[in-house]
Ligand binder design. Structure first.
Ligand SMILES: [Zn+2]
Length: 377
């Protein structure tokens, strides 16, 4: 069965959630009608003229690119500008354009996972991990007989979800004590007398945004006039999402050997592979950032890796990073080449996601090199 554009976008948004994009970015659908059918999808790094022509001439219904066509706001898409002409031609040919940029950088697997795999890195983790969703812990004290009813109510309100489990709770027992004062309406005990009640202490985790619902749920089932409970904010842990990756080589290599692997395993470009460092240096741990990685030197140095593979490195940041005794060797590749491996991942994962929903599509990864540099003398 053939999907609509909306069906394909649902799969893309699951793999590359727009919420993971940086605030300055412009991701998502640029042209296209969600109700249009999609038979053929082309994946490319850049929505440049040559790629748009490839898409239109090849009869593709959807072009998925990494880089945005319109990153900054525009006042016109008249066909008098190169980008306006692209918008016109995409619409006239009913070609949808969808962008997965920093949301694909921060995904897992994301752009830097594909680059890390090309370089045979193992045990990878994000260089710049996004924090997990903020979590709270609720602790409630309740008469023992009401314990399971409370756990049910808190679970229904969203507490106790832990990976593949729900209704997860910890309970222990002890004694609660109190003295009801004049005017109180105690469920247990007598006005003016000290009461001691066997109680459970129930602990459950909850997403922070469910805090209000959890408090309402516990108050609705708790038998006491004034339920005793605490809510704690839990320390945030790094998630598996985020930009860049750090990993280790299966076997240590010299910098010269490692650079040769990079050159062999990434698509060839006129830019080639530039190296900064002693060619005999032993390389075992490596950081990678697909695309421009100038801004990540602090994190790379803190990770104490032997080499840093990225694109668009400039003279001053690079020489400053190398000035540290323990600074990493630098391997600078073409921007396009560093991000191209992701296209193969996206192609495979989108096709698999659609197959799970009972849809089939034709997919192609563009091999047209759209790197900025077109010759090297
Ligand atoms: Zn890029």
């Amino acid at each position: 069965m053939e999907p609509t554009l909306a069906d394909v976008l649902a799969v893309l948004d699951e793999l590359y959630n727009p919420a993971w994009a940086e605030s300055w970015d412009a991701v998502g659908l640029v042209t296209g009608d969600p109700s249009q059918p999609v038979k053929k999808v082309l994946f490319a790094v850049d929505p440049m003229r040559v790629v748009v022509d490839e898409s239109i001439e090849g009869g593709f219904d959807l072009l998925v690119t990494h880089h945005p066509l319109l990153l900054k706001g525009v006042n016109s898409v008249a066909a008098t500008t190169p980008k306006g002409k692209v918008v016109h031609d995409l619409i006239k040919s009913s070609t949808a354009l969808h962008v997965c940029h920093t949301n694909a950088d921060n995904a897992s697997p994301g752009v830097s996972d594909a680059l890390a795999r090309k370089l045979n890195l193992q045990d990878t983790r994000p260089l710049k991990a996004l924090p997990q969703d903020p979590m709270d812990k609720v602790v409630v004290y309740i008469p023992i007989d009401d314990t399971q009813k409370l756990i049910d109510a808190l679970a229904a309100a969203g507490a106790g979800q832990v990976a593949g489990y729900d209704r997860a709770a910890w309970t222990s027992t002890g004694e609660g004590t109190f003295r009801p004062l004049d005017g109180a309406k105690p469920t247990v005990g007598t006005i003016g007398e000290i009461e001691i009640v066997p109680e459970s202490r129930v602990e459950m985790v909850l997403p922070r945004h469910r805090r209000r619902a959890i408090v309402e749920a516990l108050k609705s089932v708790h038998p006491y006039e004034e339920p005793a409970f605490d809510i704690f904010e839990m320390a945030s842990l790094p998630s598996s999402l985020g930009g860049g990756r750090i990993g280790v080589l299966k076997q240590p290599l010299t910098l010269e050997e490692f650079a040769a692997t990079v050159a062999t395993n990434l698509p060839r470009t006129h830019h080639g592979v530039r190296v900064s460092g002693d060619p005999t240096r032993r390389i075992e741990s490596v950081a990678v950032v697909g695309g421009a990685g100038d801004t990540e030197f602090e994190r790379v140095r803190a990770a104490r890796v032997d080499a840093y593979v990225t694109a668009d490195l400039r003279h001053h940041p690079a020489t400053e990073a190398r000035a540290y005794d323990e600074g990493p060797a630098l391997v600078d590749v073409a921007h396009w080449a560093s991000e191209w491996p992701w296209l193969e991942d996206a192609e495979r994962l989108v096709a698999a996601g659609l197959a799970e929903r009972g849809f089939t599509i034709d997919t192609t990864v563009s091999t047209i090199c759209t790197d900025a540099w077109t010759a090297h003398y």
